[in-house]
Design a protein around this ligand. Structure first.
Ligand SMILES: N[C@@H](CCC(=O)N[C@@H](CS)C(=O)NCC(=O)O)C(=O)O
Length: 196
């Protein structure tokens, strides 16, 4: 059995957990929860970077990036998702949106006196540009059920989770529809981060 180490609030890990379910790989993958910020032993033994997700393959070697783990899962599926360059391009853009949203939050969890307005504003501008670009790209998304579509939907749901005041839906009807499509899937609902 391979082992997927995750934390329930990590959107990167959530992408991998959704994929496990969508691709019918549950029988081959066990999931182990670990808190990266408590330096859990199980995580540090597998991943010197101390980050989730981490996938330990059957032979004990570990994969440490969500995109790499997703590609590995897809390669093992009986019915893999189509993943051409255009979809990979959108996957990378969605991943970048997620990186900016996570980085902005990291700025906010500092001691109040240590907030850095420069980085917060820079992340916010990047998030807005990425949302506009992704909205324009929705016409090129071949299917919502793709690595690109999934990554973008996870990033949008992370905005709702960490920034409930965010009005990203207002000027982005295509993204709203992608998010609504994913919200109706059991894999997405079953991996939602805990509230509170
Ligand atoms: N580029 C990585 C990012 C993973 C990541 O930053 N995970 C966060 C949780 S959302 C983490 O484990 N952070 C702990 C730390 O940075 O020390 C990926 O795509 O898997």
């Amino acid at each position: 059995m391979a082992q997927l180490i995750y934390s329930p609030t990590s959107p990167y890990a959530r992408k991998c957990r959704i994929l496990v379910r969508e691709l019918g790989l549950e029988p081959a993958i066990t999931e182990t929860a670990a808190n990266p910020f408590e330096d859990d032993d199980v995580l540090l033994r597998a991943n010197p970077l101390g980050r989730v997700p981490c996938l330990v393959m059957e032979d004990g070697r570990a994969l440490t990036e969500s995109g790499l783990i997703a590609a590995w899962l897809n390669a093992r599926a009986a019915n893999p998702w189509r993943s051409d360059w255009d979809d990979r391009r959108l996957e990378a853009l969605g991943h970048g949106l997620l990186d900016l949203a996570v980085a902005r939050r990291v700025e906010m969890v500092r001691e109040p006196g240590l907030f850095c307005d420069f980085w917060i504003t820079r992340r916010e501008r990047g998030i807005l540009r990425a949302l506009d670009e992704l909205e324009a790209e929705m016409a090129t998304l071949a299917s919502p059920v793709s690595l690109g579509g999934l990554t973008i939907a996870v990033a949008l749901d992370y905005l709702d989770f960490r920034y409930p005041e965010s009005d990203w839906r207002q000027r982005h009807p295509g993204l709203e529809s992608l998010h609504a499509n994913w919200s109706g899937r059991a894999s997405f609902a079953g991996t939602a981060p805990p509230v509170g």
